[in-house]
Design a protein around this ligand. Structure first.
Ligand code: ADP
Length: 396
């Protein structure tokens, strides 16, 4: 008999990443993972089993435009194929924006899809791609349960004062407000922290999601209080290719003096800035840390400096700090960046355990440290799978 499971999809502009989870020890464990990448150029499908062995692979050749439709169809056929040990029970989707109305994971309906489509202008680079597989599955397999999980939802607990921009309130009422992102990552980290540090998990935590996208979140008693991303996922810290916060006057200058229009500014802020823009070398932190080029050093210095300042701001928002948590590609893997951030945070009571940090944690502060520091690998897909199971089966 085929084992039923949950497919988790994370659809971007040029790739769809997937994981397939089955029940294991009352939680969910991934038994297949892979992606279809190069959707519009040279599509490539690859699937691996839980041990990382390639179980299926296909290439479509240069110039083939498979698109989201072709990719979803191929993935569905792969899961249905004879010889597959698994049966598709439900699909969970990562959706970047839930807007004001969608503050927890929801079962997909045509009404929900229409509502999420209205949010495309708030996340034009992500939302349309997130929604493409939802629409296709709704059309072709209307009886297959689907659940949308939002990157904004975890921050629904932020108070109004943390959400407001100081602009006329009719704009706030129309949705021009701070939402916050990386919520599925922060939710996972919050759920994992009690097993490591129950006291801190019940107290005041700043979590640092340092990946290609970079943000930090103040979490008090497991609830998001404030975060560095706002109306869009470009606010806050410098990222791989995104600028993070700028003086809004810079945008006016670019429009007036450089005659840049919205698309040109979007390209600058999302694709040509951040670590890549500052260094002129790479968006990849590994390359910058290995480089002797002074521009690479500047990029890393600015990255660490901005984290230092945001940490102070987020600790101030909570009125204290019990633990600092690092996650995502840089946070999980770069002892050098963690060390610099922790040393800068000595005034907040963090005493780094250099040996533990070099070993990757999980605890990287000394036993005597007044404030703890942890490395907790994130797992947004597992969070989505758990939400999907709960929504579909009505579990707690
Ligand atoms: P995404 O946000 O796309 O999920 P990741 O969480 O995978 O990204 O993070 C990607 C970032 O992590 C890149 O900047 C990469 O350089 C960085 N990274 C991965 N491994 C290391 C490492 N050993 N040292 C420093 N940075 C690393």
């Amino acid at each position: 008999m085929k084992q039923p499971g949950i497919l988790v999809l994370n659809a971007g502009s040029s790739s769809i990443k997937f994981l397939f989870f089955v029940e294991q020890n009352d939680d969910l464990a991934p038994v297949l993972r892979g992606q279809v990448e190069g959707l519009h150029t040279a599509p490539h499908f690859i699937a691996r089993d839980g041990a990382g062995r390639v179980v299926d692979e296909k290439r479509w050749g240069e110039g083939t435009a498979l698109g989201h439709q072709g990719a979803v169809a191929h993935l569905a056929a792969f899961l249905r194929a004879e010889g597959s040990n698994y049966a598709l029970h439900a699909v969970g989707h990562r959706v970047v924006h839930g807007g004001m109305d969608h503050v927890q994971p929801e079962r997909v309906t045509p009404d929900l899809l229409r509502s999420l489509e209205r949010l495309v202008p708030l996340a034009p680079l992500h939302q349309p791609h997130n929604l493409a597989p939802i629409r296709l599955l709704l059309e072709h397999q209307p009886d297959l349960p689907q659940v949308a999980c939002f990157d904004t939802a975890f921050h629904a607990t932020n108070e109004d004062v943390a959400r407001r921009f100081a602009i006329p309130s009719d704009l706030h009422d129309a949705g021009v407000r701070r939402y916050g992102f990386h919520g599925l990552s922060y939710e996972y980290v919050s759920a994992a922290l009690p097993a490591h540090d129950p006291a801190a998990a019940a107290g005041k935590v700043v979590a640092c999601h340092l990946g290609n996208g970079v943000s930090m979140c103040a979490i008090d008693g497991g609830r998001s209080v404030a975060n560095t991303m706002g109306f869009t996922a470009v606010e806050g810290l410098p990222m791989g290719t995104r600028s993070g916060s700028l003086d809004p006057g810079v945008l006016l200058y670019l429009m007036d003096e450089r005659k840049m229009d919205a698309r040109a500014i979007e390209k600058l802020l999302y694709s040509q800035s951040g670590l890549l823009g500052m260094s002129g070398i790479s968006s990849d932190m590994r390359n910058l840390l290995e480089s002797d080029d002074p521009r690479a050093r500047t990029a890393v210095d600015v990255f660490v400096y901005r984290i230092r300042r945001e940490l102070g701001s987020l600790a101030a928002a909570m009125g204290g700090l019990d633990a600092l948590v690092f996650t995502a590609g840089i946070g999980e893997n770069s002892a050098a960046i963690r060390e610099r951030v922790c040393r800068d945070a000595a005034w907040l009571g963090i005493e780094l355990d250099a040996k533990a940090n070099a070993a990757g944690g999980p605890r990287i502060s000394t036993a005597a440290s007044r404030t703890a520091a942890w490395v907790i690998p994130t797992n947004e897909e597992l969070m989505i799978a758990r939400h999907t199971r709960r929504v579909v089966e009505g579990r707690d």
